[in-house]
Design a binder for this molecule. Structure first.
Ligand code: AMP
Length: 262
């Protein structure tokens, strides 16, 4: 079967409810498109472990607090459709915004703790937008399992928390960050980096991993030309958000103290 593109939320939900009636497992991968190998690694896992695979592409307006970022968000529809087909995605859910927000965003899912930290500090309301749309998407797709990347580790933790808090019967599967050979976490926003910025970008992960002392790590990143928004250790994980020019990059690593130098 080739990939079917569905734009109506009701139609998508009917298809998934019907599949559920026949006890079919549904693997769901939510994305904002401009698909790359990181997204593909999520789709591959979904394909391996489920009878039906639903991939969504929806540039969710409510999670952008910067309109320029929303307007400039890259789109590569033809490539995305091909990736879906090549990976035997059954349904590509591609709704226009009014399909997802019949309530005009008057119903909102909010979290009051972790969502206020890290990315939440400089992007107020961002995680409300993320949680609200993921909740809608899980209800529409009736997902048995939903796949999220560790690249957006804070987002992953918040989604796990929401699913537990709201008794949503979907298993959340975490997929490791997919990196370029140089160590750069793949991201749709990388498409907007200039050639010289692309050369610099892998230094984010390299410095994060190699310079254990936080002040020194920040200093080195600034020296390379990153404008660090936050650099913080929480538990055994280190999180960073930094700008290269206009482009905001995020990354995180597991801290293994023994392997770091100062
Ligand atoms: P996005 O399209 O950026 O909203 O991402 C959709 C999903 O793909 C999210 O769960 C991301 O965490 C995940 N993702 C994006 N980039 C990567 C990557 N480099 N490695 C693994 N997962 C990723």
């Amino acid at each position: 079967m080739t990939t079917q593109v569905i734009q109506s939320a009701d139609e998508m939900q009917q298809i998934c409810l019907q599949a559920k009636k026949f006890q079919k497992s549904i693997g769901f991968v939510p994305t904002m498109g401009a698909l790359h190998q990181g997204h593909e690694s999520l789709v591959r896992q979904a394909r391996q472990n489920n009878e039906l695979v639903v991939l969504s592409i929806f540039i969710n307006p409510t999670q952008f607090n910067n309109q320029t970022d929303l307007i400039n968000y890259p789109t590569t529809w033809d490539q995305d459709l091909k990736m879906a087909q090549d990976n035997r995605v059954d349904y590509l859910f591609y709704p226009p915004a009014p399909e997802m927000y019949p309530d005009h965003y008057e119903i909102i899912i909010s979290e009051n703790n972790l969502s206020k930290q890290l990315c939440g500090v400089d992007r107020p309301g961002h995680f409300d937008g993320v949680l609200t749309v993921v909740n809608k998407l899980l209800n529409i797709t009736q997902a048995t399992r939903a796949y999220f990347g560790e690249k957006d580790y804070q987002q992953l933790q918040l989604i796990k928390k929401m699913v537990a808090a709201l008794f949503i019967p979907t298993e959340i599967i975490a997929v490791p960050t997919y990196r370029s050979d140089a160590g750069l976490a793949l991201s749709s926003r990388n498409l907007r980096l200039t050639e010289p910025q692309l050369q610099l970008a892998p230094l984010l992960h390299k410095t994060l991993s190699q310079v254990f002392d936080l002040n020194l790590c920040r200093q080195k990143l600034e020296d390379y030309g990153f404008k660090v928004q936050y650099l913080q250790d929480i538990g055994n994980r280190r999180y960073v958000a930094a700008y290269l020019g206009e482009i905001r990059l995020i990354d995180n690593i597991l801290l293994e103290q023994d392997s770091h130098e100062n």
